[in-house]
Design a protein around this ligand. Structure first.
Ligand code: TLP
Length: 351
């Protein structure tokens, strides 16, 4: 069996050797008492990297978004979300089931809720209406294909929200991909939002963990809600040590993942029966539409998997490919060849 080229997600990245070494020698303590020096160091570093006062180490991106919702909202509050956002569509309904919020989904423009779109759905206070407390943005936007929202567009939506006394949370699971793609500091991407969550465990290669960042007062309350959902950790410094390496060493290399994604998109987009919207390829994600009449996304995923290429089906006709540290330039070429032959076989079996 040949080597697998795993394009399902950047979450499959394994820790680097430097991370494993840092984990083995990390000084630890009980973090629920605030006594883990490595967690404290990671929280200070993460806050600084996105320009916020404080941050909180959480088990996952899903937990970070949930804790943000619990901290911003009361039960019954309305949250404006992008209709394809991870928070709304891929977090097991936690927004309603656990935070008690009512989502108001809007189809954004390449994953972004514009200021004009936001203005058009906000209603004046009235006894009939749930109180709109929060807007959730996502940058890069996963389902839109890793699309990046530029800083001025973020700023406009945040200003529209702020003008109505509404807070903004950014699901920045891949905020460093956005920053690298835009050629700006992550602080600029996060500057206009009230809170931001980002993941250490995706392209940055840490084994576990995400950071929720915001003002000192916000993070103090978030710490309470993290405990409530069972996320208080003890000697978590071993995990935090990998997170520190992720932030210090793994950000700049994301540019390589973006180059590979573009190569992959160009190669796959040129295969008859497959379509890639090149305008949407901004970072390390490529969405592929299967346009062949008698093959769907699930069928194509199965076919390429037989040749060692793994992809995720996202809908009947769409599959997702994600580049990361374990995908080299040669792997991209090989993956394109596997897709090409899978489509050619599909074509031949029709005749
Ligand atoms: N996304 C995962 C899957 O859940 C789809 C992936 O493979 O891309 N926000 C965004 C934008 C995300 O893409 C993800 C993970 C999360 C939040 C949740 O992070 P985790 O998986 O750590 O809970």
């Amino acid at each position: 069996m040949e080597r697998t080229i795993d394009l399902r997600s950047d979450t499959v990245t394994r820790p680097t050797e430097e991370m494993s070494e840092a984990m083995a020698r990390a000084p630890v303590g009980d973090d629920v008492y605030g006594e883990d020096p490595t967690v404290n160091a990671l929280e200070a570093l993460a806050a600084q990297r996105v320009g916020k006062e404080a941050s909180l180490f959480v088990a996952s991106g899903t937990m970070g978004n949930l804790v943000a919702l619990l901290t911003h909202c009361q039960r019954g509050d309305e949250v404006v979300v992008e209709a394809e956002s991870h928070t709304y569509s891929l977090e097991s309904g936690g927004m309603s089931a656990l935070a008690g919020a009512i989502p108001h989904p809007i189809h954004g423009v390449r994953g972004h809720i514009t200021a004009v779109q936001l203005e058009s759905v906000l209603r004046p206070p009235n006894v009939h209406f749930a109180a709109t407390r929060l807007v959730c943005l996502e940058n890069t936007h996963n389902r839109a294909g890793g699309t990046v929202t530029p800083v001025p567009a973020l700023r406009e939506t945040c200003a529209a929200a702020r003008g109505r006394g509404i807070a903004v949370h950014l699901d920045g699971a891949r905020i460093f991909n956005a920053a690298v793609a835009l050629g700006v500091d992550a602080r600029e991407v996060a500057a206009s939002v009230d809170s931001v969550m980002f993941c250490l465990s995706k392209g940055l290669s840490a084994p576990v963990g995400s950071m929720l960042c915001g003002s000192r007062a916000f993070i103090e309350r978030a710490r309470f809600y993290r405990k409530m959902v069972g996320g208080g950790m003890r000697q978590a410094g071993e995990l935090a040590a990998a997170g520190i390496v992720a932030l210090e060493k793994m950000v700049d290399r994301l540019a390589e993942d973006h180059r590979h994604a573009r190569m992959l998109a160009e190669g796959i987009g040129a295969i008859p029966g497959l379509f890639v919207d090149m305008e949407a390829v901004h970072s390390n994600i490529v969405m592929v539409e299967v346009r062949a009449a008698d093959l769907d996304a699930a069928g194509l995923v199965q076919r390429v998997e037989r040749h060692g290429v793994r992809a995720n089906r996202v809908s009947a006709r769409k599959l997702r490919l994600v580049t990361h540290r374990h995908v080299a330039g040669g792997d991209v070429e090989e993956a394109v060849a596997v897709f090409r032959s899978a489509m050619a076989t599909a074509d031949a079996s029709r005749h």
